[in-house]
Design a protein around this ligand. Structure first.
Ligand code: F6P
Length: 347
């Protein structure tokens, strides 16, 4: 058996641990050969490969990023036109030309959405969930999330001390496109004054009231805001309008908008720190290394069992297999009752 491996979408800490586990178990236990595809779906689309054997995965467990590279290439956006094949046809031709029998695809909703479609077209695919946002419905946790939360928490801890010294409001913008899990966990762990998430549009007036209350009690407020959070006030412009290949707006900017509004409305100095890609880089936590390794072990196990069209998922402490279609059907957003727990500490 010859197995192709790719990592697509936004990278996240733990991808290399998945690749290593897939290759180690696949080679040593099942005697498989591997082919690495470069840069997500661009690799199979263009037949761009990289050698992948046990030697190639030595020493990569603690390394951030992905040795295979990643991209947001969407092969489904390439339809057939006169004289040219569709993205799906090109992938099929390239895989058969390379003698690849099965694919292990690690990605989030977009990358796995493509995997679901290709499985429907007859390809033998097993999925592994990944996203720092932790917003895939079919799994309790994705690897990368714990690392991102710890990076954001450490930043919030540091912001507290400088905010106190200067009696400033500091706004910390974290990642989280549709779901506020990073903001919620990092904000709770870091003792934020208020946490703002995409699931619940917020009132700038109310945020300002929390900020003022915190100053009255002689503390400096820290506001944690997810990049996808939006104000209820419709006239406040926040997002950059550029789109990626999957049609997502490039986010970023809500933190600065909020700082400007807080300063204008309260008269207190407010400054913004955008953590951005710092949350996605660097070495994974122990939790993420272990989860990613377990996903890799079970993904190649699914290939060995011929259980294609599935994705490995964490349920409680067990790794289970779920249909790929289920994996991308629903986003896992922060439920109101979980947000209410955090609201106890606002103001
Ligand atoms: O989906 C993961 C994520 O990190 C989001 O939190 C964020 O909105 C997006 O990726 C950023 O993507 P890019 O790296 O392409 O700017």
């Amino acid at each position: 058996m010859r197995v192709g491996v790719l990592t697509g979408g936004g990278d996240c800490p733990g991808l290399n641990a998945v690749i290593r586990a897939v290759v180690r178990r696949g080679t040593e236990e099942f005697g498989y050969e591997f082919v690495g595809f470069r840069d997500g779906w661009r690799g199979p689309l263009e037949g761009d490969t990289v050698p992948l054997d046990v030697q190639a995965v030595r020493g990569i467990l603690p390394r951030g990023g992905t040795i295979l590279g990643s991209s947001r290439t969407n092969p489904l956006a390439e339809s057939a036109s006169q004289g040219s094949r569709s993205g799906v046809e090109r992938i099929k031709d390239n895989l058969s030309g390379l003698g690849v029998d099965a694919l292990v695809v690690t990605g989030g909703e977009d990358t796995l959405g493509v995997a679901t479609r290709l499985h429907g077209e007859g390809l033998q695919v097993v999925g592994v969930p990944k996203t720092i946002d932790n917003d895939l419905g079919a799994t309790d946790y994705t690897f990368g999330f714990d690392t991102a939360v710890n990076i954001a928490m450490e930043a919030i801890d540091r912001l507290h001390t400088t905010a106190e010294s200067h009696h400033r409001a500091l706004i910390c913008e974290v990642m989280g496109r549709h779901a506020g899990w990073i903001a919620l966990h990092a904000g709770l762990a870091g003792g934020a004054n208020v946490i703002l998430i995409p699931e619940k549009p917020f009132s700038i007036e109310k945020v300002c009231a929390y900020v003022e209350h915190r100053f009255q009690t002689r503390y400096a407020p820290i506001v944690v805001v997810a990049e996808g959070a939006t104000p209820q006030e419709e006239d406040v412009q926040v997002a950059d309008q550029r789109l990626d290949a999957f049609g997502h707006v490039r986010l970023g900017g809500i933190g600065q908008t909020l700082a400007d509004e807080i300063e204008k409305r309260t008269g207190k100095e407010a400054r913004c720190t955008v953590l951005g890609h710092v949350q996605r880089g660097g070495t994974p936590t122990a939790y993420d290394r272990v989860l990613a390794t377990r996903f890799g072990i079970h993904a190649i196990g699914a290939v060995h069992d011929g259980d294609f069209g599935t994705m490995v998922a964490l349920r409680g402490t067990d790794i289970v297999r779920v249909p790929l279609a289920e994996a991308t059907r629903e986003l896992k957003t922060v439920p109101p009752e979980r947000y209410a727990e955090a609201e106890v500490f606002f103001g």
